[in-house]
Design a protein around this ligand. Structure first.
Ligand code: NI
Length: 269
């Protein structure tokens, strides 16, 4: 019988694949080769606000036995993040970031406040916050205005609470020896990769290599109509052993900084 945390992860995947049709296609591409996909981590985005911050999103994971691990700072993007992991290696790590609203000017914060004012009482939600989707509606013009200062904020305005990405653990693949090989296969099959800072972020020196697709474009119902905007992306991670011999289980801020840009409008076309 599946544990509640596994049912939650299945539910997150079901929503994620509708916001990122590439995920199913890549899943099939790999399983058709005989691969069994291991999910390295699931990532969530939010705003730093006591009602919906990292601590709130983490609740169902902490209740399932996850523990808070490292923290990360992204100064240019004005983000703070933490990752959580479970002693059961079959459960993916969880990476939650939050936008530091107090570092933005008033016009920007007013737009975000307009969204936060629409929040229901979080304790009345019938499902975990991380599955709640957008708990607000904004005009498309607000989406565009937010994106000028933070693509991350614009993405949150459009999609709200859901998995921003799932991640294939490259170490667990048996028919591909490296992240380079997986990237080559994906490009050959017509998937576009996020090339910001190079297709592969990180190196064996920092014990982690990552790449990602460019987010799928999906139609989103804004308050004043439906508009196509970047949705979710698929990530790929290869982990390397630390000097102790154990695999590195953390994240590398410099690499994650560029991975965040997988949902930027500038990458579309
Ligand atoms: Ni990630």
């Amino acid at each position: 019988m599946a544990r509640p945390i596994e049912l939650l992860i299945d539910q997150l995947w079901d929503t994620y694949r509708t916001i990122n049709p590439q995920a199913d296609q890549i899943h099939k591409l790999l399983t058709d080769r005989g691969e069994t996909i291991v999910n390295d981590h699931i990532a969530f985005r939010t705003f730093q606000d006591p009602r919906i911050g990292i601590d709130q999103l983490a609740i169902p994971f902490l209740e399932a036995g996850y523990q808070a691990a490292d923290e990360y700072h992204f100064e240019a993007k004005k983000l703070y993040a933490r990752h959580f992991q479970h002693e059961d290696p079959a459960l993916p790590k969880v990476f939650i970031s939050e936008l530091l609203l107090d570092q933005f000017p008033t016009d920007f914060r007013d737009l975000i406040q307009g969204m936060l004012d629409q929040l229901p009482k979080i304790e009345t939600l019938s499902e975990p916050l991380c599955t709640a989707g957008p708990l607000w509606q904004v005009p498309h013009a607000d989406y565009l205005a937010l994106s000028k200062q933070s693509e991350y904020a614009a993405w949150m305005a459009a999609h709200g609470f859901c998995a921003n990405h799932f991640t294939v653990l490259v170490n667990a693949l048996t028919t591909l020896d490296s992240l380079e090989d997986l990237n080559g296969l994906l490009v050959k099959e017509g998937f576009a990769l996020n090339e910001e800072g190079g297709a592969i972020k990180g190196s064996p020196d920092v014990f982690l290599e990552q790449s990602s697709t460019i987010a799928s474009v999906v139609d989103v119902a804004f308050r004043d109509g439906v508009h196509p905007v970047p949705g979710c992306y698929y990530e790929f991670a290869r982990r390397y052993p630390l000097p102790s011999g154990a695999l590195f289980e953390g994240f590398v801020a410099k690499s994650a900084d560029k991975i965040f840009e997988s949902t930027d409008q500038k990458l579309q076309n």
